[in-house]
Write a new protein. Structure first.
Length: 647
């Protein structure tokens, strides 16, 4: 065990207890330097790594040390000896970032951390990248294990000694990386020894971390496969740009997992930034920079509004309804403070008054649309070339006269004259029939088009000016009224049932503390765990056979491994009858029903205005459509008359 190390100036530094140990080094406390710790390598670094640490120590400034556990001085095994480690700021009162972006971890450890807090965490992550890039360095090995977050949302980035550092004389490369955070263009590379990392490479990992934080720990390249060969390996899906939340996600082969936070929760500009970061565009034209993310996240956080149903529900102002309430209706709870004491306060809502107003609002009146049959139309005359016209009769009379004259002048050629006249008689008649057929087709097509236009406008009139939408809305409000009236009895029953469900609740709470990310499960590594998390499976309480089987890559054998792990957790559970029903249990039930009451009252309170708007819209559309349908009916009647003289 290390007892004493020395600074670059030869000053002794007593070493205290070991705080943590990794594959490459251990971290120790320093009794004489309480604000710093020592990172000491298990084996002495080579000369290049020693030179890198010397440079980093000399480059330390306030900006770097405010976001990064940056080397503040080299440590040596003896005075003037080789570098064996370095001093760095002590990261205190901070936890790994997954404790905040994982819904299950956050609900238990930080239940009061709402979405605005997470947005600020994401903003501070981007700011840490911006500081590193502004100094001309690259992080290289971007991954969630390198970020620690405090209750004040401040971020500390550790493992800075693996960064890619460029000096005036040399480039010290980052030789490591985590596949799940490696950009697509580097996925096929077996070793990073010769790879020069860029800020654009880092910006892929930055966007992924921000996505994790804003979207409940979901991985943007995990989802529901739409074709064979998709979802077999997360690394392969990253390599082929299979971004599950892209607007063209079907062609990429993925849809978002069920009950996931919709990408539309963020502004359109930010949605586009994620698309640039996770698709081919980011490789060709550059991904959003850390500074751009800081700006956009600051803007998002300053444009939030609070849901009336819960103070924990914050979402962008441009969204009309609360997305967190919608997810809760699907059975997914992202934000809830179960530790808060429930206080029932009067809302001022009076159902009888609201329903009385709803009853007084009249439905749109029925309307009689003009019918083509009420219009008397004169058919358009037929063209002269059409058979049956007087011109055809005239041609044939003229033909008879000419034939008679010819026979009178040349009697012996009477047979030829008669034959010629017969052919011409037939030709004139045939020409007339063809012209008639053409005219009939033209008039039939005109009638068809007129009929379609009339029927289309009739359909619009029925859909937009009738009472169908009004009645459907009123029926919906009626169901909400019935549910609100029944709510007190349902609430009382739920409170009474707490003692009956105590065993299952305690068991569920216990299983909800058994986290998959820290468990050892056969055949389930980090990539598979990320896939499970993207489908909302974070703890043993989330595990069911059906839910696991829907995740690509979890066939019968791997699903059985996960179920076996859950069973091992269940065997450790011990029921405590003394804590059958706690105050928190009762408050949780009351809180659930209060939220539902707020939603119902809000919906019913908006009912009268929505019904009035439907009636006003019907009247407005009626004023627009009636002249159009009047003209369409006339046109239809005219085409009917035009065609009738040819039938």
């Amino acid at each position: 065990m290390v007892k004493t190390l020395y600074t670059s100036r030869g000053a002794p530094v007593p070493v205290g207890r070991e705080l943590g140990k990794g594959g490459e080094a251990s971290v120790y406390e320093l009794p004489s330097l309480p604000d710093q710790v020592a990172k000491v390598y298990h084996e002495a670094p080579d000369n290049q790594k020693q030179e890198k640490l010397r440079f980093m120590s000399s480059a330390a400034d306030d900006e770097l040390t405010s976001y990064v556990a940056w080397p503040q001085g080299t440590l040596h095994s003896s005075q003037n000896g080789p570098v064996v480690g370095f001093l760095m700021p002590k990261v205190v009162n901070k936890e790994p970032i997954h404790m905040f972006y994982s819904p299950a971890h956050r609900r238990q450890a930080h239940p009061k951390a709402a979405w605005d807090f997470l947005i600020y965490v994401a903003r501070n992550i981007a700011a840490s990248f911006d500081v590193v890039h502004a100094h001309g360095f690259a992080i290289g090995d971007v991954n969630q294990d390198s970020f620690f977050v405090g209750r004040d949302s401040k971020v500390s980035l550790i493992d800075s000694d693996s960064f890619q550092i460029k000096t005036a004389r040399e480039l010290f490369k980052c030789e490591v990386g985590v596949a799940l955070f490696t950009p697509p263009e580097l996925q096929a590379i077996a070793s990073f020894d010769q790879v020069v990392r860029t800020a654009n490479h880092d910006n892929f990992g930055l966007a992924l971390l921000i996505f994790h934080v804003l979207f409940g720990g979901r991985h943007p390249f995990a989802g529901v496969p739409q074709r064979n060969g998709v979802g077999d390996a997360l690394e392969t899906d990253i390599q082929h740009f299979r971004y599950a939340y892209a607007r063209d996600n079907k062609t990429r082969g993925f849809l978002p997992p069920p009950r996931s936070i919709p990408i539309g929760i963020v502004p359109t500009n930010m949605e586009g930034m994620f698309a640039r970061a996770f698709t081919e565009v980011g490789v060709r034209s550059g991904r959003p920079t850390a500074k751009q993310w800081v700006t956009e996240l600051d803007s998002l956080r300053s444009n939030l509004k609070k849901c009336s149903a819960s103070a924990m529900h914050l979402y962008p102002k441009q969204i009309s309804s609360c997305p967190w309430c919608e997810l809760e209706r699907q059975g997914v709870v992202y934000f809830v403070d179960l530790g808060a004491t429930f206080v029932n306060t009067p809302s001022g809502f009076v159902l009888a008054q609201v329903w009385g107003v709803i009853q007084t609002i009249p439905a749109p009146s029925t309307i009689s649309a003009p019918h083509p049959g009420r219009f008397k139309c004169i058919p358009q005359p037929l063209p002269d070339s059409v058979s049956g016209n007087s011109s055809l009769v005239g041609y044939r009379i003229l033909l008879l006269i000419l034939t008679g004259v010819f026979i009178a002048l040349i009697p012996k050629w009477w047979g030829v004259a008669v034959l010629t006249a017969g052919v011409l008689w037939w030709a004139v008649g045939s020409s007339g029939k063809k012209a008639q057929a053409v005219e009939k087709r033209l008039r039939a097509e005109a009638r068809r088009q007129a009929k379609e236009e009339y029927e289309r406008l009739l359909q619009d009139l029925k859909a937009e000016t009738g009472a169908e939408k009004f009645n459907a809305k009123k029926s919906e409000l009626s169901k909400l009224r019935d549910e609100l009236q029944e709510l007190p009895s349902l609430e009382k029953k739920a409170v009474d049932d707490l003692s009956k469900t105590a065993y299952e609740r305690q068991k569920h709470r216990f299983l909800d503390g058994c986290f998959i990310d820290s468990a050892v499960i056969n055949n389930v590594g980090k990539a598979r765990k990320a896939a499970l998390r993207s489908f909302g499976i974070e703890t043993a309480a989330d595990v069911t056979k059906a839910r696991v089987m829907q995740v690509k890559g979890f066939g019968a054998n791997r699903t059985r491994d996960v179920l076996d792990w859950k069973a091992s957790c269940e065997r450790r559970f011990v029921y405590n009858p003394a804590n059958a029903v706690s105050g928190a249990d009762r408050d949780a039930v009351l809180h659930k029903f209060r939220l539902r009451r707020v939603i119902l009252e809000k919906s019913l309170g908006a009912g009268p205005n929505e019904l009035r708007q439907l009636t006003q819209h019907a009247q407005s559309r009626r004023a627009t459509l009636m002249p159009q349908i009047e003209q369409a009916a006339k046109n239809y009647a005219q085409t009917e008359a035009d065609l009738s003289i040819l039938n």
